[in-house]
Each structure stands twice: as C-alpha cells, then as structure tokens.
Ligand binder design. Structure first.
Ligand code: MG
Length: 161
C-alpha cells in the first residue's frame, strides 16, 4: 500500500464585522477572519495538507489571493478543487487531523457540523476527520484575539496503480 502524509498551517487576522467561516460552517460571532476569500483558516490548512501530501505546492500557488476569481470565494470550493488534484492522480484521503487555535468564540459545539461538511467534500466518513481546538492561554497574537491559526495533517492512500 502506498501512503503519504501532508501538513498544512494557516493564519488569518480577526476583525469586527466579518462573517466567521470555519470548517465550511458559519459560526455566530461579532468578529470574523479577514482574507481575500471567505478566510476559512481550517479549510485552508486542510487544502495545504492535501497538496503537501503529494508535493503539489501550496494553496497560494493554486488559488492566488491576487486573482479576482477567488475574491470572497467559498473555501469549500477550494477544498473540492484541492481534493480533485489528489483524486485525479489516483489517491484518496484516509484521514485528517486538525487543531484550531483561537481565543474566542468557542467553536467545539460546531465541530460535528464542520466534520460532516468536510467529510462530504472529501469522500470520507465523519470518523475520518478530527477537529480540535485550543487557546494559547492569552499569550501572543492569538491570545490577544488579533487572529487565529489552524494546523492540519492529512494521510492519503494510492488507489490506482
Ligand atoms: Mg488562508
């Protein structure tokens, strides 16, 4: 069996008046992530993990934030396109693990919705996608609420020889 692992990380600022999209789900919050797209930090980290697993570069190369086509784009589309790059090469996703670091809002009650949204996009079961959360105990830019960070790892398996 041929398997490979990929890692992804993403950062976004948080600001008042932005919709807060995370893991493909809109979370009620007075503040949301700032970005060229919908700034879904978790999906962006997962895209980079998938691309990284097959050494296909990064999300910025495939979907440049200077391209008007990606302005305010739903990041679920970017995830579907990233997955297509894996699938078209004969690979499938085995499982994904991720952690989001942020001070507020609390996100774990939305984890089941995020897991099911992402699992559907990636052709895996909800048990194959893990989402965890932590604060930084008020330290650094995350602790001050200036932004948030997501980390993801993805295992992929070759299905077509
Ligand atoms: Mg991003």
């Amino acid at each position: 069996m041929s398997i490979r692992i990929g890692f992804g990380i993403d950062f976004h600022q948080l600001a008042e008046g932005r919709a807060f999209w995370l893991g493909g789900v809109q979370i009620p919050s007075t503040r949301g992530a700032v970005g060229h797209s919908d700034a879904d930090v978790l999906i962006h980290a997962i895209c980079d993990a998938l691309l990284g697993a097959l050494a296909l570069g990064d999300i910025g190369q495939h979907f440049p934030n200077t391209d008007p086509a990606y302005k305010d784009i739903d990041s679920k589309i970017l995830l579907a396109k990233s997955y297509d790059l894996i699938k078209s090469r004969g690979w499938r996703v085995v499982n994904i693990d991720s952690t989001v670091t942020l001070e507020a809002p609390k996100i774990m009650k939305y984890a089941p919705a995020m897991r099911s949204t992402l699992a559907n996009l990636l052709g895996i079961g909800t048990d194959d996608i893990s989402i965890k959360a932590t604060t930084t105990e008020q330290m650094g830019f995350v602790g001050r609420g200036e932004g948030l960070v997501a980390y993801a790892v993805a295992l992929v398996e070759k299905i077509v020889e």
